[in-house]
Design a protein around this ligand. Structure first.
Ligand SMILES: [Zn+2]
Length: 249
């Protein structure tokens, strides 16, 4: 009796507890229903598509450290410090030097050119700060400062000081416009990218580089970037990386 009476009194509470329980089960089953799961799956399936497509990693190397194969040296960006001397300078023939990695690539390129019947030589590779002082002074003396600035870099602003640049001679043309018209010059223009080199100064990119076209001047940037330049027909290091340049100091 006592028990029955107790049950009667507690029945509303019991129904309340059961209702709360049912509500809980209902909401759990909604959030874990197949429809909800499908939503989650489709979200995670579409997520990768919203990320940028995998492409060339432009942050792989620095464009400002002088030791980097991607360093950009121009009239807006001197070497830091201006008297920088690269490590591992290696002979590339004709009394010239480049960084070891670039020297090995140049040697490979010269060997393949030779196998194709074309002899190439190193015209001018690494130039020290002090050498550039006299090169620039001589240009100013002979042609005036305006012409000197369009053809020669002021000390501390020359790519040759990085050890990554080379002026190539061949076909009877020693560092001059004639090089681009020789079979040797045409072969280098067409094949240099395979060895990690780009033609640094072209007619098309002189506004961004600040220099007139130089068919003889090649810059080692490594095979991956040289291939990317070739594939995308990139104009200059400045436009590719969004770094300032141009003809003014
Ligand atoms: Zn040069």
């Amino acid at each position: 009796m006592r028990y029955t009476r107790l049950m009667k009194r507690r029945t509303p509470l019991l129904i309340f507890v059961i209702l709360i329980g049912l509500a809980g089960i209902f909401s759990y089953s909604r959030s874990h229903s197949p429809a909800a799961s499908t939503d989650k799956v489709s979200h995670s399936a579409t997520a990768p598509q919203s990320k940028p497509a995998p492409g060339f990693d432009k942050k792989q190397f620095s464009t400002s450290l002088p030791t980097s194969p991607w360093v950009i040296v121009n009239k807006q960006h001197p070497l830091q410090p201006k008297t920088y001397i690269p490590p591992d300078l290696t002979p590339v023939g004709n009394g010239q030097y480049m960084r070891a990695e670039a020297a090995a690539a140049l040697s490979h390129m010269f060997d393949d050119a030779k196998a194709a019947g074309l002899t190439l030589t190193a015209g001018s590779g690494y130039r020290s700060y002090d050498t550039q002082v006299s090169v620039y002074a001589s240009e100013v003396r002979n042609f005036g400062q305006t012409v000197a600035d369009s053809e020669s870099a002021r000390p501390g602003f020359s790519e040759h000081q990085t050890g990554w640049a080379i002026d190539i001679s061949g076909g009877g043309c020693n560092i001059g416009d004639c090089f681009g018209t020789t079979p040797q010059g045409k072969w280098v223009a067409a094949n240099a990218y395979k060895y990690g080199f780009i033609q640094r100064y072209t007619t098309a990119n002189s506004a961004s580089t600040g220099y007139r076209a130089e068919s003889w001047h090649f810059r080692y940037v490594g095979p991956a970037l040289a291939q990317e330049f070739h594939d995308t027909q990139a104009s200059s290091l400045e436009t590719f990386f969004g770094v300032s340049g141009g003809p003014n100091y």
